[in-house]
Structure formats: C-alpha cells, structure tokens
Design a protein around this ligand. Structure first.
Ligand SMILES: Nc1ncnc2c1ncn2[C@@H]1O[C@H](COP(=O)(O)OP(=O)(O)O)[C@@H](O)[C@H]1O
Ligand SMILES: [Mg+2]
Length: 209
C-alpha cells in the first residue's frame, strides 16, 4: 500500500498515470479491458518507466482517476449493453451515472475491486465525504490484506492513516522522500488548520499571510 503526497503541481498525477500506462491500463482510467479515449493527454513517461515485478501477476486491476471517472462510467454502461454478459453487477448493479459521484466510488472499491489486484488511484477522495473516506480506507486495508497492491495519489489525511502504508512525499523541487504519517503534508496542514482556523483566516483574509 503506497501513497504519494505533495502540493498541487508536483507531479503526482503524472507519475500515477505513467505507472498505470506502464501496467497496461487505459490512460483515462478503467480496467485493462478499457480502450476508449476521449482526448489523449497522457505524458510519454509511461513508455519509459521500467516496472519491477515480483511474485504473481495481478488477477485483476483498475486505474481510477477522479477527474475523468465520468468517461469511465459511460464506458461501463456501453460495455454493459454491448457485451454478451452484463458488466454492471460487478460494479454493484447500478450504473455509476445513476449514483452520486461519491456513491459510485464507494461502489467501485466495494464491488469491483477484489483480492490479488493492482489498483492505481488518483485522488479518490475528490468525491468523498469524510465518512466516505473512512469507508474507502477500511476497504483498501481489507484489499491490501488480501494480496492486492494499491498505489494512491492523495491529499486526504484520512486515507493516509491506513496502517502499514508507505507514504512518499514529492517536494516542490521534485525530490521524493519517504515520510511518516505525522510528517506528511496533508496531515500537517490539516492539523495546523483545524487546531486554530481563526489564526489562518486572519492571515488569509487580511492578505498578510
Ligand atoms: N499534459 C501536460 N503537458 C505539459 N505539462 C503538464 C501536463 N499536465 C500537467 N502538466 C504540468 O505538470 C506538472 C505536474 O502536474 P500533475 O502531475 O497534474 O500534478 P499533481 O497531480 O501533483 O497536482 C504541473 O506543473 C502541470 O502544469
Ligand atoms: Mg493530480
């Protein structure tokens, strides 16, 4: 279980997308069977990454990127109608378009994800409430215990609390370092803010921060 954290623009999405592409996923997201493309925006980094494989091949997998999940949802509907065997039951039985954004994410990790899989997630918390994050945290912990490998770019101090996870932080100069939960940027920033919101607001709203 590996997390990537860092400020906006430090390259988390670029890295997880390249990893997903190198692993054979569609750059826009989905399982390895998804081949649709609405607009090719991926960098060429994926072609240059060298994967190090140990142990058995993943039984299944999914690349979830919050920003283009709508297109993945349309592809799930299309495949469900087009293929001989319906696809929706594997996603919890309801089209992601007919669930809220957050509900469809929770459905995805609950029903579609399974043991011995490889899951690459980019900001899954984008659609989730704090309670939704806790549900996803519990499910990811369960999957990790069932032989799945999971790589997540995130800003969520809740998801990062997953026991035993490795957290890498990308600094603004591009350096990558392993950090503890308490040192991780989203945890420090959230803690500091929640401990004294009025202090931050005073700086932010008077413009002297
Ligand atoms: N398609 C692209 N072409 C060129 N630069 C890009 C592209 N997508 C993102 N970038 C730049 O690469 C940097 C890293 O972006 P990104 O990986 O999305 O950051 P993060 O996910 O950490 O917020 C940003 O400075 C961004 O402007
Ligand atoms: Mg990003």
């Amino acid at each position: 279980m590996t997390f990537l954290v860092g400020e906006n623009g430090t390259g988390k999405s670029t890295l997880v997308e390249a990893l997903a592409v190198a692993c054979g996923f569609n750059p826009e997201g989905g399982s390895r069977n998804f081949r649709f493309a609405t607009r090719a925006t991926e960098s060429a980094l994926g072609d240059h990454l060298v994967l190090s494989r140990t142990g058995r091949r993943p039984r299944t997998g999914f690349f979830l990127r919050a920003e283009s999940y709508d297109n993945v949802a349309s592809e799930i509907e299309r495949l469900d109608r087009a293929s001989g065997s319906p696809l929706l039951p594997a996603y919890g039985g309801v089209s992601p378009h007919e669930r809220s954004h957050g509900e469809s994410f929770v459905d995805l990790v609950t029903y579609r994800f399974g043991p011995d899989g490889l899951y690459v997630l980019d900001e899954p918390e984008a659609a989730l409430s704090a309670r939704g994050c806790r549900a996803v945290l519990a499910r990811l912990a369960e999957l990790a215990g069932q032989g799945s490998q999971i790589v997540v770019a995130t800003h969520s101090p809740i998801l990062l609390a997953l026991p035993g996870a490795t957290i890498y932080e990308i600094a603004e100069n591009g350096e990558i370092a392993r950090v503890d939960y308490d040192q991780a940027l989203p945890v420090r920033l959230t803690r500091d803010f929640l401990a004294a919101p009025e202090r931050f607001l005073r700086h932010l709203l008077t413009g002297d921060g």
